[in-house]
Write a protein that binds this ligand. Structure first.
Ligand code: ADP
Ligand code: MG
Length: 321
């Protein structure tokens, strides 16, 4: 069954301007994003910087309020949860950041940072918390002797392990991994990805795994959603997506990654023109590749998300290749 279901999520950030700091425009960070994640599954979320991945993760965790839409966790609306339900949800849903310093205070020993959630939620005695911290440190490949050290005494990869331990100690059901390996050396990335993979299998975790790099999600995801300008443009099983990308934006992303093994062949990837950068979005219809050239002839406001083959969804107006 679905652990998480996101329906038509919208988030508009106001842009303030002028002397009165009035809202002069809005950034459509999320413009109707829908997906679900089954228990024990990893959904990879990819797209270039600025497409709305972090906003999706933060909204799911109710760290920021959305402008519209629904988030269901175990069938219940997260956005309408009572404060007592929210306390449970805060434990059940954890986040691992790109930058471990986002969750580690440089001035306090890492053991204390890891135990923070337990302390806040008043879980266990101080002794029990210490045991829990020792256990998760061991689980992420460090040891209890590291507890009293400070974040700067660790390497980047070790710091990320500590960030993972901090999430793990709460025994969550869902972890939002927001580019957890993007800041690490390539040689370390695989180690941290393997750790996350092992943890998921051993503990039955569910991941929303965010990355801007398709090759990262290829290794860890069961299904992959491709985001572009605040919308999901393609959503499919990993195999479907990598074997047969359909949306022009997905194709553009794929053409940018080298194949690790030259004996593996993908369907020929055809690009139709330039894919505009999310930083400079074109006006008008943003989804049909031809609209980027002749947007005045496009009448579509809302992209239709069509199921092109079982389980393979593509935003409307992609050119058949
Ligand atoms: P990603 O994680 O995919 O790089 P984000 O979700 O961080 O993208 O951002 C999506 C869009 O929303 C971007 O255009 C970003 O500039 C904008 N945005 C994000 N957070 C804020 C904020 N707090 N205020 C205004 N705009 C924001
Ligand atoms: Mg981000």
């Amino acid at each position: 069954e679905n652990l998480l279901e996101v329906r038509n999520l919208k988030k508009y950030f106001p842009i303030k301007g002028g002397l009165m700091r009035r809202t002069v425009a809005q950034v459509k960070a999320l413009d109707g994003v829908s997906f679900s994640i089954k228990k024990g599954e990893t959904l990879g979320l990819v797209g270039e910087s600025g497409c709305g991945k972090t906003t999706t993760g933060r909204t799911v965790l109710r760290l920021i309020p959305p402008s519209g839409g629904e988030v269901l966790f175990e069938g219940q609306d997260v956005l309408k949860a009572s404060s007592s339900r929210m306390r449970t949800l805060r434990r059940d849903m954890q986040i691992v950041f790109q930058d471990p310093y986002a969750s580690l205070n440089p001035r306090i020993p890492v053991g204390q940072s890891i135990a923070e959630g337990l302390t806040i939620h008043n879980i266990g005695t101080p002794k029990e918390r210490l045991d829990q911290v020792a256990q998760v440190l061991d689980r992420v490949g460090l040891n209890s002797g590291h507890m009293r050290r400070f974040p700067h005494e660790f390497s980047g990869g070790q710091r990320q392990r500590i960030g993972i331990a901090r999430a793990l100690v709460m025994q969550p059901k869902l972890i939002v991994c927001d580019e957890p390996v993007s800041a690490l050396d390539v040689s370390i990335q695989a180690q941290v990805l393997n750790l996350l993979n092992d943890l998921q299998k051993d503990l039955g975790l569910t991941y929303l795994f965010i990355a801007h790099n398709l090759s990262v999600v290829e290794h860890i995801s069961n299904r992959v959603g491709v985001m572009y300008l605040g919308r999901m443009v393609e959503l499919a099983s990993r195999d479907q997506l990598f074997r047969k990308p359909m949306h022009p934006y997905t194709k553009a992303l794929m053409s940018a990654i080298p194949l690790p093994d030259p004996t593996i062949k993908r369907d020929r990837i055809i690009l139709e023109g330039d894919v505009p950068s999310p930083v400079n979005p074109p006006s008008g219809c943003r989804f049909h590749p031809r609209c980027w050239l002749a947007q005045d002839i496009c009448k579509h406001d809302d992209p239709i998300f069509e199921e092109k083959e079982p389980g393979h969804f593509v935003a409307c107006h992609f050119a058949q290749g």
